[in-house]
Ligand binder design. Structure first.
Ligand SMILES: [Zn+2]
Length: 143
């Protein structure tokens, strides 16, 4: 049987005769990576899967409300890194808002169009749920 290179770890392996087109070796971490990539592609390409998956994760989060709080307590580096990334995203958003203004226009005027709407908690941290919304300006008061 010809050997192949694993798509995750890059080492060569002998595919099992039962599994056609096997691209990953049987190491548990490579099988986990295979599943992770499959799930990512499925979320991108399959609307029904995405809805079911999102509903499942919402239900799981509802049943484990203190999971992320505990995780952040036990992994302060992770929490700090996330805070810094969020601050960078916040700064970027502010820059865009100010940068769009033209001479004579109010400073925060946004044109009609599609926007990403992200729910932000009292600490200014986005919670990860993103809506795409369409905003049509009807009137704009100046001054
Ligand atoms: Zn592998």
């Amino acid at each position: 049987m010809a050997k192949k290179l694993c798509a995750a770890c890059g080492k060569d392996f002998t595919p099992r005769p039962q599994a056609r087109n096997q691209s990953y070796c049987s190491a548990p971490e490579c099988q986990l990576e295979r599943h992770r990539r499959w799930q990512k592609a499925k979320r991108q390409n399959d609307l029904k899967y995405r809805e079911i998956d999102a509903e499942y994760r919402r239900a799981w989060a509802g049943a484990h409300v203190d999971y992320w709080e505990k995780y952040r307590e036990e992994n302060p580096d992770y929490a700090e890194r996330n805070r810094q990334l969020q601050r960078q995203r916040n700064a970027k958003t502010r820059k865009v808002k100010v940068g769009r203004s033209l001479p004579g226009e109010p400073e925060f005027l946004l044109p009609s169009g599609r926007y990403q709407l992200i729910r932000i908690d009292s600490e200014g941290i986005a919670n990860g749920n993103v809506w795409i919304v369409e905003i049509s300006a009807i009137a704009c008061a100046t001054g």
